[in-house]
Structure formats: C-alpha cells, structure tokens
Design a protein around this ligand. Sequence first.
Ligand SMILES: C=CC1=C(C)c2cc3[nH]c(cc4nc(cc5[nH]c(cc1n2)c(C)c5CCC(=O)O)C(CCC(=O)O)=C4C)c(C)c3C=C
Ligand SMILES: [Fe+2]
Ligand SMILES: [Fe+2]
Length: 381
Amino acid sequence: MSATAPPSLAPSLLGRADMADADPVLRPEVPLAAAGMTAPAVGPAAIPGSALPPEHPQVQVGRVGVLLVNLGSPDSAEPGDVKRFLGEFLSDPRVIEIPQVIWQPILRLLVLNLRPRTTAQNYAKIWTPEGSPITAITRGQAEALKGRFGPKVVVDWAMRYGTRSIPEQLKALMDAGCDRILTVPLYPQYSSATNGTVVDAANGALAGWRWQPTMRTLPPYYDNPDHIAALAASVREGLAGLDFTPDLIVTSFHGMPQRTLDKGDPYHCQCRKTGRLLAEELGLPVRVTFQSRFGRAEWLKPYTDATLEGLAGEGIRKIAVVCPGFAADCLETLEEVAMEGRETFMEHGGTHFAYLPCLNTSETGIAMLERLIARELAGWV
Ligand SMILES: C=CC1=C(C)c2cc3[nH]c(cc4nc(cc5[nH]c(cc1n2)c(C)c5CCC(=O)O)C(CCC(=O)O)=C4C)c(C)c3C=C
Ligand SMILES: [Fe+2]
Ligand SMILES: [Fe+2]
C-alpha cells in the first residue's frame, strides 16, 4: 500500500462537494512557520477576518472527520475491472497469509486468469444503476449520517480496495480542516483481514505526512446492545413480511481460514457471540454458519452451503437467512446467499426460503451507527 502525498498546507476553502454542508472552522492562530513547516505563500485575503500576516499560509483546523470504511468493489462488473480489484484485494498479506514469493505467482498465473470471469458474472447479477450494492449502500450510510453529530463533524466514506481509497479520503478530510479523525470499519466482528487491514491502510497513509491528524478507530460492535437490538428489530420486521413461519433462522457470516482462529483471530468467537445474543434477543432458534470459502484450506465451520444441504434431513424445511457480519448487502449476501443459497436449500428438500437484508441504510441501522459513533466522538465534539 502506498502512502499519498502529505495534505496541502493551503487547502481549498471550499473543500469537496460532498463535504460542503459543514462550515469550515478556521483557527489560523497556529504559527505554522514557527513550527518549522514550509508553506506556499497565499494572498492577503486568503483567510477572511483573520489577523494573520499576509504571507501566512491559509489553514483550516478544528473540525472532526468520521470516515466510514467498507471492503470495496470493482468499478464495474466487467472482467477487466474485477481482475484489477481482485488483484489488489488478494495481494493484501492480511487477506492471504501465504508468503508473497509463493502466493504472487499463484495469484498472477492462476487465480487472476481463472476467477475474474466467474466473479464478474456473479457481480452482473447484482449490479444496480447506482453501481455495486456495497458501494451504493456505504455512500448512502454516509449521506444518512451527515449532520447528525453537529456542524463541526464531517462524515465521509472510503473503500479499503478499489476506488475511493482510504489515503485519498483521509487527505480530503485533512484538507477540509479535520485534525481529528474517527475511522469506522463497517465490520461488526473484528478480523485481521478486515478491521486490521483498514487500520494498516490508515496508518500507512499518515506515515508520510508532516501534520498528522489525531486518529481513533471504532471498536468492533459484535455484542453491542444497540447492534443486537437493531439486528433483532430488522429480523422481526423481515419475518413479519413473510407468508410463512420459519423453522429456523440461519445466520451466515463470511468465513475465514480455520488457521486464523488457531493463530488467535477473535473473528470466530465474535461471530458466535453475535449469533447467540441475537437468538436470545429474538427468543427463536438461530444457527451460526460461515460462507464464502476461498481456496482449498479448511475454513471456519459449519459451512453455510453444507448446512443448507443438510437442513431438510433434520426436518427443517422453512428457513429465513440473515447475514449479521455484513453492514451492507453485497456480492456475498445477494448472490451467494440470497440466490445460490436459496437454490441449494430448495434443491435439497427445502420448501420455504427467505433472505432478510442487512441493516444497510434502514433508519434502525443508521440510528445504531449514530449511537456507536457518537460514543467514540466523546471529548471531541
Ligand atoms: C465481512 C467480513 C469479511 C471477511 C472476514 C472476509 C474475509 C475474506 N474474504 C476473502 C475473499 C473474498 N471475499 C470477496 C468478497 C467480499 N468479502 C467481503 C467481506 C469479508 N471478507 C465482502 C463484503 C465482499 C463483497 C464485496 C462486493 O463487492 O460486494 C471476494 C470477491 C468475490 C469472489 O471472487 O468470490 C473474495 C475472493 C478471503 C480470502 C478472506 C479471508 C481471509
Ligand atoms: Fe471476503
Ligand atoms: Fe471461537
């Protein structure tokens, strides 16, 4: 991951279009030159109403940034874009924990020649006029959260891989005067391959900057009572709209290699706890499963597909499936679970299948994120 150039010391007063709803807070009394910073000269009118000498650079500080981050998506469902996206994603050493000298030839010669075509076909099934669902939803979540934390707080969003990178959006926030930034990895359960790599990318971006913002990271919220209540409310609402009563709620979390659990990744336990707390809150039977196995190694079990194949054999023919490891619907939920999973279940003796959406931009989900974020902003706003 490459670091971007340090933020300009003479940022635009206007900022980016999607940040324009918060007024700039100017506190230009900080003597940058005295702190040893070089800065481009700006005109005397650059800081309206300030008492700075005319040669002083224009400075914006005193705002707080909130950066929502999700995984990312290709720019389109075309195989070329999918290949570029997978190339970046699967080159992350936190995602594929095989030494790069061994993995890169496998990735370049095999995976990136075989996988993009199938993955692109799958993306095509779920693509929307607004782009990839995960992108459209993450943008919508940021829009919905804007203005909820007061005029000093700028809410923005970024993707760990692909377009709208973390370094670019951190720089945009800094340029807009955010000298304190809360990064919000949109993963309820912590894993090294998701939350860990978001923090790496943020820290990596700051590595080359002279003036670094003060950083906070939203902790995983897998067992947060507001999160469990929001999930339960969303499931109840989904169930109320069905024309059948499920025998079982199946939760499907994204999988991880079994060895990540053996090495100490808390992801498995946090998924299990989310599932248990959701079951307690709903007072309904809930089964925890893990989907999206990648490669030949053993992944966390039970596998979602194998579970769906076996349920009718246990007398369970009506199910509702929910994915509480995803803050936004995406390829893995909409195609793999809602489409493929339904087919698997029905082909193996199931009679009724319902997919219940993620929290996405629902008011329940946004109000929950608002509370989590407000708590982490304590002392800053
Ligand atoms: C929710 C948390 C996620 C974890 C944990 C996770 C681990 C993980 N994923 C892969 C490989 C792939 N994941 C892919 C898509 C994908 N993964 C997540 C989330 C987690 N991944 C999301 C939200 C998405 C969908 C993005 C979208 O555009 O909608 C893919 C791409 C699809 C495909 O080719 O199958 C791969 C590959 C690994 C190896 C891994 C853990 C080590
Ligand atoms: Fe994944
Ligand atoms: Fe565990």
